[in-house]
Design a protein around this ligand. Structure first.
Ligand SMILES: Cc1ncc(COP(=O)(O)O)c(C=O)c1O
Length: 369
């Protein structure tokens, strides 16, 4: 059995043709306000998929988060609430805006805890960044209610959750902002890439300018912006991948369901992302192991199963943040998650035979100790 990676891009003939056609066209990028043909195609498809009025493509998920904070004028003196159990980008963009990250605990399903949000809101809170983690939506209603009461923005980090639904609504339909990543391992990819969706016309206008040096008509910088443009080749690949989104999610769901049937009842194993009012797209299938997580992970990897831990260290304990004094925060559920989560491969290229193998190997790893 070949090594089964935790995630792998699914690139077919259509993606290859689309990329080549851009190279042959000689139009590799477009620095206009609206962006190039392929950028616009991708944006139209993303808006249709999410039901959002606007989609704005950028060149990474990180850029999508940073530009959203910038568009809301988040700056020095402002506080931004976010879970400490996330990828560093969610916090780094707050620092990039010179604002203060305020780390919030999570719930047992690893999503931000609305009760802790309430405790940590102050008059300086400008935005909340809930993370739809592993492909599973966070408690949006509760978060939006808290935010609305204080006129605080909700910038959803949906980097891992394109296509997921919350109470029947696709993630991305929002009056504020939802941010997506098209990094190589994500549900759909363009190698690197990102996008923001919003229903707010003014926000969309600011985002389009900010991805392009704050220009609207060319060489007329009106507000601060950067070069966050998505190149045409990436957009052409992303556009083909958007057409395949439901097929790719269906394959993940099939694998996750089969794996779940085989492993969720093993002694000591639990699956925490189980709320039934939302649909998971299984960017990561993650189990909770009360003991020996690292030994099980090592053993699985030695047997060719690319299990992985996202994340062993919470963001507040990373060197940068520890040096800023965040290491000793009281975030018990975050620390518990860091010690016990383990993700198993369910991406679309994992075969049924491999799912059986992964389940069998997990069973042996748990019982042989
Ligand atoms: C939760 C989360 N937020 C933000 C990002 C940043 O996205 P990117 O790598 O496209 O910059 C990622 C993915 O890498 C992520 O998983």
């Amino acid at each position: 059995m070949n090594f089964i990676p935790i995630n792998k891009p699914v690139i077919g003939e259509r993606e290859k043709k689309a990329a080549l056609a851009v190279l042959e066209s000689g139009i590799l990028t477009d620095a206009s306000y609206a962006g190039g043909k392929h950028v616009q195609d991708f944006e139209r498809k993303l808006a249709a998929e999410t039901g959002a009025k606007h989609a704005i493509a950028v060149n990474s998920g990180t850029a999508s988060l940073q530009i959203s904070l910038m568009a809301y004028n988040v700056k020095a003196g402002d506080e931004v609430l976010l879970p400490a159990f996330t990828f560093e980008a969610t916090a780094n963009v707050v620092i990039a805006c010179s604002a203060k990250p305020v780390f919030v605990d999570v719930q047992s399903d690893y999503t931000i805890d609305p009760r802790d949000i309430k405790r940590k809101m102050t008059s300086r809170t400008k935005a909340i960044i809930p993370v739809h983690l592993y492909g599973y939506p966070t408690d949006l209603d509760e978060i939006k209610e808290i935010a609305a009461a204080s006129s605080v923005r909700v910038i959803e980090d949906a980097a891992e959750s394109l296509g997921a639904e919350y109470k029947g609504m696709t993630i991305g339909r929002t009056k504020d902002a939802a941010c997506f990543s098209l990094y190589a391992t994500k549900v759909i990819t363009s190698g690197e890439g990102g996008a923001i969706t919003t229903d707010d016309d003014e926000m969309a206008d600011r985002l389009r300018m900010m991805r392009n040096h704050g220009m609207r008509e060319g060489y007329d910088t009106r507000i601060l912006g950067y070069n966050f443009r998505m190149p045409e080749m990436q957009a052409a690949i992303a556009s083909v991948q958007m057409d395949r989104l439901s097929e790719l999610i269906a394959a993940r769901r099939k694998n996750a369901t089969t794996l779940n049937e085989r492993v969720s009842k093993l002694p000591g194993v639990s699956m925490r992302q189980t709320k039934t009012d939302r649909s998971h797209i299984w960017y990561l299938y993650t189990i909770h192991l009360p003991k020996d997580r690292d030994a099980v992970n090592e053993r699985l990897r030695a047997k060719g199963v690319g299990s992985a831990v996202y994340w062993k260290t919470p963001v507040n304990k990373m060197e940068l943040y520890a040096n800023m004094g965040y290491a000793d925060l009281d975030l018990p559920v975050v620390y518990d998650a860091c010690d016990h989560v383990l993700s198993l491969p369910v991406h679309p290229l994992v075969t049924e035979e491999e799912i059986t193998y992964i389940a069998d190997q997990l069973k042996s790893a748990l019982t042989d100790r």
